[in-house]
Write a protein that binds this ligand. Sequence first.
Ligand code: SF4
Length: 327
Amino acid sequence: MTGEALVRVDGVHKHFPVPVSFLSREKPVVHALNGVSLEIARGEAFCVVGESGCGKTTLGRAIMGLIGPTRGSISYDDTRIDALPEDKMLAFRRRMQMVFQNPYASLNPRMTVRRTLEEPLRFHRPDMTDGEVRDHVESVMRSVGMDLAWGSRYPHEFSGGQRQRISIARALMVDPEFIVADEPVSALDVSVQAQVLNLLMTVRKERGLTYLFITHDLSVVEHFGTQVAVMYLGVVCEIAPTADLFAAPRHPYTRLLLSAIPKLDRKTFEAVRIPGELPSPLDPPPGCVFHTRCPHATDLCRRERPELRSLAGRSVACHHAEEIGAG
Ligand code: SF4
């Protein structure tokens, strides 16, 4: 990876206890993240891809400090943030913002657009005067292509694409440097997805932003990402520059996903058929988590978990990546 790391995730596990009767002896646990390590360099559009349930949303929420890891550490700009008290976390919350999947649910229906946009400024910048807040809101609205007349209207008066534009403006309001975007276009019509993606790409360039972009859509990754991490059952299988990953995937899971692409109109994980069943995150397989579906699995794979290691300009978690080869 090139550039200075802005975000470092080191050996992060996240387990969620499943509610059961208090009489039950079993205490089932969902293993949402199982030892995730990665670095996001400044300026990257770092995509995390995987099927639903692979842990990508949990990873984004853990990086944002919305949930604490069960084990491992998360650092932001060389400061460990996974166990910071709320008052110390506040300064980081301004630098890190989030855009959610559902622009219908993430905007308060009782607030005008102007109030929605003012709110984060009033919270994080109490030093600003009313005039400064108004000027800043209007300048951000213009920069994302919003008509100033939108300010007096309510969220229900807008289409999904317009609402996501408002959500992006709200995230930009406090001049963040890092944005976690969790499936920001998957709830939108295909016809407006490109507009929202283009807006995200433009603001990244103009403001020098770093993104963690969570998606299940491989076509979004291909056009948007600079680096990509492929996740499966709470584990990172492969991290590579996007062009390298698409040209020559090295992990068997990535290879199976990408081999299906030419046959697909929409390159989504839901459309890809991988043989076998996805194991339950309540009881992930020992050794390599992909061994129950991998055509190359050996006894070693069933026994020992492969660590992420460097190979051919990327990181791969597979015992047999060299023998399997590229392409
Ligand atoms: Fe397949 Fe083994 Fe590699 Fe896992 S470690 S992906 S089971 S070859």
